[in-house]
Design a protein around this ligand. Structure first.
Ligand code: 1GP
Length: 245
């Protein structure tokens, strides 16, 4: 089964959780240990990517995860170096609210020949960065969406849908003090048919529950697994918040 189909079929049964790992943050063996714990805690898939990615590190990490885990390994590229043949799919995303066309379509064009060559499944996704935006906002030269302007996020989401994208990611930035506001998630869900991913600053089951209650389909967490030695329990707590809705 293709990864997008796996996601949409799984969403018929309940909301989902993805764990984001940055291949630069640990060696492949350690990434496998973390990911194994996250899967035991109930995560539905692993996203791999970061703002700076070395393609050799990415290949080594993706390969060991793909060989040892049963959940999908999905690339979440921060640049052209974020493409690997060892993953199951790639979120083919455009940073819609960037001031720089490179992040909207330039990097995508430069990465496409390799994507075509390796034949990996591409999942078209609109990506917007909301205040505070963190490293992704700075690197991506984003015109950050103000936290109290749900209408602006919804306008981008509608445009993404009209362009044929099927997924839409609301990003507050890794390690954000506060996650994306529920009102913004609600408005995007109300006005589009996107599968909505929400990430950045989600640390607890309660944070995740609030986002899902507002309409989020897929919750993404990254930082929480870096800051605990009880990964399985931490992820289980977040997954419980998601599945309780
Ligand atoms: C970053 O939204 C993700 O792209 C994850 O953010 O590290 O805060 O969980 P956190």
């Amino acid at each position: 089964m293709k990864v997008e189909e796996y996601l949409t079929e799984s969403l018929k049964k309940g909301k989902l959780h993805l764990t984001l790992l940055d291949p630069e943050e640990q060696d492949p063996q350690k990434a496998l240990e973390i990911a194994t714990e996250a899967v035991a805690g109930g995560t539905d898939g692993i996203m791999l990517g970061g703002s700076t990615t070395d393609s050799q590190d990415l290949d080594a990490t993706a390969k060991i995860l793909q060989e040892n885990l049963d959940v999908p390994i999905i690339l979440f590229p921060g640049n052209t170096t974020g493409v690997s043949s060892y993953a199951d799919a790639i979120f083919f995303m455009s940073l819609l609210n960037s001031n720089n066309p490179y992040w909207i379509i330039g990097a995508q064009a430069l990465g496409s020949p390799k994507i075509k060559k390796i034949g990996i499944e591409t999942i078209p996704m609109g990506y917007v960065i909301v205040q505070p935006g963190g490293t992704a906002g700075w690197v991506g030269d984003a015109k950050l969406i103000p936290r109290n302007k749900a209408d602006i996020a919804a306008a981008y989401a509608m445009a993404a849908e009209f362009l044929g994208m099927r997924l839409f990611y609301l990003e507050a930035g890794s390690g954000a003090e506060q996650p994306v506001p529920p009102e913004m998630i609600q408005k995007v869900k109300m006005l589009t048919n996107h599968v909505v991913l929400v990430g950045g600053g989600i640390r607890t089951g309660e944070d995740a529950r609030k986002a899902v209650q507002a309409g989020a389909d897929i919750i993404v967490t990254g930082t929480v697994v870096e800051n605990t030695s009880h990964i399985k329990e931490k992820i289980a707590g977040i997954v419980e918040g998601i599945k309780s809705i």
